[in-house]
Design a binder for this molecule. Structure first.
Ligand SMILES: Nc1ncnc2c1ncn2[C@@H]1O[C@H](COP(=O)(O)OP(=O)(O)O)[C@@H](O)[C@H]1O
Ligand SMILES: [Mg+2]
Length: 562
């Protein structure tokens, strides 16, 4: 994917914005504060400066977790020699002038305090050469004071070397973690920026060992391959869409692929990595019913929004942002990502080679390592049923095995969600209402879930003494014993963890055909037809796959036909 939209106004075109001190009324308005806590914060600030300078290559070298050395070299627009010392003054910046600018920030930095803060707690040597000059100028600043300066030959760009971090602040040095832990934090910062800026080549060296290198090709998939791995990058689904002025671009994992930690979720707003908790929660809502509980998607997403719609001036480390319209951003995120998943994600594919090895195949069938094809469900011809459990079907690209229970669960789940959205649950009234005698545990469950149960068609009326009167049940449970259905739903509710509508998932599970049910050919055809119409046909509401494909190529290879 190419990121044609550049997030920040990179270089000061024609250098029309020199570095100058911010007026006091602007200083009073900025969420200033100490931003240097650890080596990773030094790296973050220096990398942001390089990005603001329009660099296309940024290399970072770190020794001893950054405690001994942090060095950042960029090929950006450089600093004019006469502005070099001013760059170290607190609240001196080339990126902001007036209060008005504060509401429309397009650069990563804007407060002019990073270099001042870093040089207050370390020794900083900064050399810089704007491309129009023959030589670079350098300055060494220690504890906020210029120690030496001069000229030197160098290629265009800026070179910053930070040493002796917190040497004069032993208390703060004590708060640092082990060099390994500090190095990990640096690597995390670099990984985030490498993912947010695929058109910039990043390299990181830790104690003289290359740790990360991204090509800077502009292809996000290539950046992801460098930061994580190529297999993961290849299976991600492209996201690129707009909803009421909010553009969402990036890559996300297909349904059925998930991780045990949320750390593969990287979200950026206008090219700025944000720590925000709300956005990942919105993303979890997108994956409702697509992942098992306690599992997380992989997502690298950049949200582009007009700068005036977002306030970045709310946190000293600029890690949080405030949107003028939270709802609009959440809506765009949900719609654009969901659309990409519906359009692009296909069923997990079993590789025959690995299926013969056993355990790999099981993992693949669970969708953990399964390759996802990126097309929607094709037209499938039913061939038959295996083990009273799987429907065998033929598609244009191979053979499909459909888990009859999981598939039916998915179909019914979506039907129930549609009814809930339309606030019209299909219900079956009972000819004679039934009295529901409950144990204290069951009563607690009914009380906890009463609104949801009612919304889905369980018409329950509280009686004296803890009993209930059941007047109707959801239509899809018609024909089953009403009381037994209610109790099995109650029994399952605490057990089934679903990110979506838990009551709907439990009802769907209860109503769906089971493993062991013999299906007629007409029933199998109907099942496959309705699955193809499902919004997310590839997983059941609990995130298990509904079907797997064995590719025609794979079969041919296996039988030595290719
Ligand atoms: N790598 C760099 N390339 C070009 N200019 C830089 C670089 N680093 C710092 N500067 C200049 O120094 C100024 C001060 O930097 P900094 O203290 O980080 O504050 P801010 O980024 O908020 O402006 C910046 O506004 C910019 O003009
Ligand atoms: Mg800065």
């Amino acid at each position: 994917m190419s990121c044609e939209k550049k997030p920040v106004a990179p270089c000061r075109e024609g250098h029309d914005m020199p570095i100058s001190p911010l007026p006091p009324e602007v200083v009073a308005q900025i969420a200033a504060g100490e931003v240097i806590e650890r080596p990773a914060s030094v790296v973050k600030e220096l990398v942001e400066n390089a990005l603001d300078a329009g660099a296309s290559r940024i290399s970072v070298e770190v020794r001893n977790g950054g405690i001994d050395l942090v060095e950042v070299v960029d090929d950006g627009c450089g600093i004019e020699p006469e502005e070099l010392e001013l760059a170290f003054a607190r609240y001196a910046t080339s990126k902001l002038r007036s209060l008005g600018d504060l509401s429309c920030i397009v650069t990563l930095g804007f407060r002019g305090e990073a270099l001042a803060s870093i040089s207050a707690v370390a020794e900083v040597e900064l050399a810089s050469r704007p491309p129009h000059l023959e030589h670079g100028a350098w300055v060494k600043v220690r504890h906020g004071k210029v120690v030496t300066k001069g000229w030197r030959g160098m290629s265009p760009g800026t070179h910053v070397r930070v040493r002796e971090l917190f040497k004069a602040q032993p208390a703060r040095r004590k708060f640092l973690r082990s060099p390994q832990a500090e190095a990990r934090a640096v690597a995390q910062v670099m990984a985030n920026y490498a993912l947010a800026y695929p058109h910039v080549s990043f390299s990181l060296t830790l104690d003289a060992r290359p740790y990360l290198h991204t090509p800077g090709s502009g292809q996000l998939r290539e950046a992801v391959a460098s930061v994580y791995d190529a297999d993961l990058a290849a299976m991600l689904v492209l996201v690129d869409g707009e909803d009421s002025g909010v553009r969402v671009q990036g890559l996300v994992s297909p349904p059925g692929f998930h991780k045990g930690t949320p750390s593969y979720i990287s979200l950026f707003v206008n090219g700025r990595w944000v720590k925000d908790r709300r956005l990942p929660r919105v993303l979890e809502a997108v994956y409702q019913g697509l992942l098992p509980s306690q599992r997380y998607p992989v997502a690298i997403l950049n949200i582009w929004i007009p700068p005036a719609e977002v306030d970045v001036n709310v946190h000293p480390a600029k890690a949080y942002v405030r949107f003028r319209d939270d709802e609009a951003v959440a809506r765009a995120l949900v719609r654009v990502v969901r659309q990409a998943l519906v359009d692009k994600a296909g069923p997990p594919q079993i590789s025959l080679a690995s299926s013969l090895k056993g355990s790999d195949a099981q993992a693949s069938a669970r969708g953990e390592g399964g390759q996802a094809t990126r097309d929607a469900l094709p037209t499938l011809q039913v061939v038959g049923q295996v083990g009273r459990l799987y429907v065998v079907a033929e598609g244009p690209d191979g053979m499909y095995l459909i888990d009859q229970h999981a598939a039916h669960e998915r179909i019914l789940y979506e039907e129930l969600l549609r009814q809930i959205q339309a606030r019209r649950p299909a219900l079956q009234s009972l000819l004679t209402p039934l009295v529901v005698q409950t144990s204290p545990g069951e009563r607690g469950l009914i009380e906890e879930w009463l609104d949801h149960l009612r919304a889905h068609g369980f018409e329950l009326e509280a009686l004296e003494g803890g009993a209930y009167l059941l007047r109707a049940i959801p239509q899809i449970l018609a024909g089953r014993d009403p009381l037994a259905s209610l109790f099995s739903v109650l029994e399952e509710l605490p057990k089934r963890h679903v990110q979506g509508d838990r009551v709907a998932a439990v009802i769907a599970c209860h109503a769906a055909v089971r493993a062991g049910d013999l299906l007629s050919e007409a029933e199998m055809r109907e099942l496959v037809r309705r699955l193809a119409l499902a919004e997310v046909p590839h997983t059941c509401p609990h995130g298990r796959p509904t079907l797997v494909r064995i590719g025609a190529d794979d079969l041919a290879r296996h039988f030595g036909r290719r």
